[in-house]
Design a protein. Structure first.
Length: 109
C-alpha cells in the first residue's frame, strides 16, 4: 500500500509541475488552482509514505522519478529537447533510485 501512495504522490507532483508553464506565473486561475491542488495532494500522500519508509529513501524515489517523468513530459508534450548529457544524467538518476530500492538495507522489505 505504501508504494501505491508513493506512486500516486509521484503522479500528482509530475502533473502539478507539468502544469506550471500554463499558470503563466500564477496569473491564470484554473491552471494555478490545479497546480496547487496537485502539489497539496503530492505532499499529503508523501506524508503518509514517510510513516513507513525512511524520509530520505522516500524522497529520493519521489524526486528521482519526478525528475525523469517531468523531463519526459517536457520532451513529449512541450517539445523541449533532451541532449545526450541530459539523458545520461537521468539514466544515472534511475540507476541510483533502483540501487536504493533494490539493495539498501534502509528500505523495509
Amino acid at each position: 500500500m505504501v508504494y501505491l501512495c508513493l506512486l500516486l504522490a509521484i503522479i500528482a507532483e509530475v502533473s502539478a509541475t507539468s502544469l506550471l508553464p500554463r499558470t503563466q506565473g500564477f496569473s491564470q486561475p484554473l491552471p494555478t488552482l490545479l497546480c496547487l491542488c496537485g502539489y497539496l495532494l503530492a505532499f499529503a500522500l508523501l506524508a503518509q509514505v514517510v510513516r513507513v519508509l525512511p524520509v530520505g529513501i522516500a524522497y529520493a524515489i519521489w524526486c528521482g522519478a519526478g525528475i525523469v517523468l517531468v523531463a519526459g513530459v517536457g520532451w513529449w508534450r512541450l517539445k523541449q529537447p533532451l541532449d545526450a548529457a541530459a539523458l545520461l544524467g537521468m539514466g544515472l538518476i534511475v540507476a541510483g533510485t533502483l540501487i536504493i530500492h533494490l539493495f539498501s538495507r534502509s528500505v523495509p522489505h
